[in-house]
Ligand binder design. Sequence first.
Ligand SMILES: Cc1cc2nc3c(=O)[nH]c(=O)nc-3n(C[C@H](O)[C@H](O)[C@H](O)COP(=O)(O)OP(=O)(O)OC[C@H]3O[C@@H](n4cnc5c(N)ncnc54)[C@H](O)[C@@H]3O)c2cc1C
Ligand SMILES: *[C@@H]1O[C@H](CO)[C@@H](O)[C@H](O)[C@H]1NC(C)=O
Ligand SMILES: *[C@@H]1O[C@H](CO)[C@@H](O)[C@H](O)[C@H]1NC(C)=O
Ligand SMILES: *[C@@H]1O[C@H](CO)[C@@H](O)[C@H](O)[C@H]1NC(C)=O
Ligand SMILES: *[C@@H]1O[C@H](CO)[C@@H](O)[C@H](O)[C@H]1NC(C)=O
Ligand SMILES: *[C@@H]1O[C@H](CO)[C@@H](O)[C@H](O)[C@H]1NC(C)=O
Ligand SMILES: *[C@@H]1O[C@H](CO)[C@@H](O)[C@H](O)[C@H]1NC(C)=O
Length: 570
Amino acid sequence: MFRSCNRINFRFVSNSSQNVKKYKVSTGIGVALVSAGFLAGYVGSSITIAQNVPQFLFPSGSKTSLQDLRSPEYLDPRFALDKFKSRLLLIVQEQDLSFKKGDLDDHSFNNYTLHKPKDNERPYVIVYPRDTEHISQIMKLCYEFGVPVIPFAGGTSIEGQFISTRNINSDKECICEHQDTVTVMLDFNKYMNKVIQVNADDLDCIVQPGVIAKELNDEYLDKLGLMFGPDGAPGCEIGGQIGTSCSGTNAYRYGTMKENVVNVTAVMADGTIIKTRQRPKKSSNGYNLTGLFIGSEGTLGVVTEATVKLHVKPIHETISIVSFQDLNQATQLVQLLTKKGILGINAIELLDANMMKAINFSGQTSRSWKEQPTLLFKLGSHNKAILNEVINDIKKLSQETNCTSCEFAKTPEQQEELWSARKSIFWSSIDYGRHLFGPDVKIWSTDIAVPVSKLSTVIDDSLKEVTDAGLYGTVVGHVGDGNFHCLVMYNIQDEQKALEVIDNMTIRAIANEGTCSGEHGIGTSKRKFLTMELGQDTISVMRRIKMALDPARILNPDKLFKIDPADKKD
Ligand SMILES: Cc1cc2nc3c(=O)[nH]c(=O)nc-3n(C[C@H](O)[C@H](O)[C@H](O)COP(=O)(O)OP(=O)(O)OC[C@H]3O[C@@H](n4cnc5c(N)ncnc54)[C@H](O)[C@@H]3O)c2cc1C
Ligand SMILES: *[C@@H]1O[C@H](CO)[C@@H](O)[C@H](O)[C@H]1NC(C)=O
Ligand SMILES: *[C@@H]1O[C@H](CO)[C@@H](O)[C@H](O)[C@H]1NC(C)=O
Ligand SMILES: *[C@@H]1O[C@H](CO)[C@@H](O)[C@H](O)[C@H]1NC(C)=O
Ligand SMILES: *[C@@H]1O[C@H](CO)[C@@H](O)[C@H](O)[C@H]1NC(C)=O
Ligand SMILES: *[C@@H]1O[C@H](CO)[C@@H](O)[C@H](O)[C@H]1NC(C)=O
Ligand SMILES: *[C@@H]1O[C@H](CO)[C@@H](O)[C@H](O)[C@H]1NC(C)=O
């Protein structure tokens, strides 16, 4: 029944309490780790896990390598689950949690992602917290028992960001290094979905993590002539957007989440509540803790409130569409426009020839299109004259780069029509994929970014590899930022080949001074590429920060990088 571990065990007596806690220590190479609670069954009363983490948790030096660590020890459900559950029920009312299989499934994946959890990778319970203080109480309990916690917002991330990687699997032999436990998932959508305050005069607003970005715009900001910039999938929420540093089509002009969050309230792993700073746009003081949470995928703290920046919606807007013989000319235009410092361009989207072909084929839009590399521009200003100047600049520079056509929308209807090409990319690609590969075609979106000067070569080389492998790929790019998605289509029997092409694309981005993820994030599926991109040392410094703030490793374990030497997944 007990695990057979050959580690040295000794008793660690905490000064502050009469509880005897057990820790495992390996002094071999100056390395040690708290054996968090080390099985309640050993000492009947001791289920306390991560309190009073001793100093020897941290190896000397500035970084924590994976091999410095021992596996984390989480709550063992065989001994402590009932006790944990009854304590949880003292904090959370019955109607604010769910153990239903359907709910657990819905909080484990979405229908877009290829990275599906295994059958046993489900949360133990979904908790719908009421407010910051409530989350603090829940975190304190989970910290005490060593229970992993995963924040869940819109559930639209696609790289395995919210998979419960450490779960009950009663059939499996208990492995010393990789303990099965239970996971608590915090869903903000039921109660923590409020817009708390819109400071129109300061261009910011305070929101809870369950606010859906689209609703913030449609219901609160639009009527004030304001907007919130970052846009992910339609159902994404502020908490998740902070988690993945969401960006999207507006980022060229308004920035990613990294540029759009002023301050946050966060609950740390042990239940401590912090505010990262006050509300002015700038502050030169100390570490940027706000920034630390953005892109951290729930691994460092639970964001329970955020003050985000707002922007003034342009009063006069239009859409321009410019086509080219080849892709390189399109990216040259993007570089020219950027270098000339032309303001008033709010988005630059690239659709490659394959994408235009798919859009034309699927007929979901009301017109026919040139099947050539195409740039779509969103232009806007508060002033009509300025907008006309931007239009003239684009006309002139498009001709200099030898475009084959350059059109501007003159009416709102025409704007709608031109932008419809951009809107239909996903369904058009699926339609075309079905035409090529049959009704069961599979589709997967890559997400790389490179410096704009390298973009056309990277796209061309990638598409050549896709085609040579007998697959089909359509490209949509937020090219102003050098970020593009290739939607790779394939038959299930070609899955291995497709995955290889997709991996090769990511490696190609890194080789071209780029990143393995422009906006979708790392989750569990791109960890090896993050290491490839930044190097072991950088990851080990990140791991040190993780261990400093979450020594029991309960916050969204296994995302971004490995925290367990027994973790054998890529
Ligand atoms: C069809 C489709 C289109 C997409 N288009 C884009 C796009 O254009 N641009 C783009 O950037 N992304 C895009 N995405 C990806 C996705 O929408 C974004 O990553 C989005 O930010 C995820 O938000 P969410 O609310 O769904 O987060 P979730 O998936 O719920 O969570 C994401 C991560 O954040 C963590 N998290 C959630 N809430 C909190 C919190 N309160 N505190 C701390 N951590 C938290 C979670 O644990 C998880 O690790 C797209 C996805 C799909 C399926
Ligand atoms: C996936 O799609 C099915 C069928 O449309 C739907 O019933 C289910 O709720 C979806 N699952 C998720 C997690 O969105
Ligand atoms: C940001 O700072 C202001 C000023 O202290 C405060 O009112 C606000 O609540 C903070 N926002 C968050 C999300 O903590
Ligand atoms: C800190 O980080 C936030 C979020 O990434 C960013 O918006 C801000 O500009 C950074 N700097 C300061 C001084 O707040
Ligand atoms: C686009 O589709 C339309 C309608 O099917 C077709 O008439 C047109 O020739 C296509 N355009 C090109 C460039 O193939
Ligand atoms: C456009 O055409 C001119 C004249 O043929 C040529 O000098 C120039 O290099 C071309 N530019 C691009 C971006 O194709
Ligand atoms: C992936 O890249 C490797 C190394 O360049 C190459 O050998 C392999 O053929 C590529 N895979 C595919 C499917 O193109």
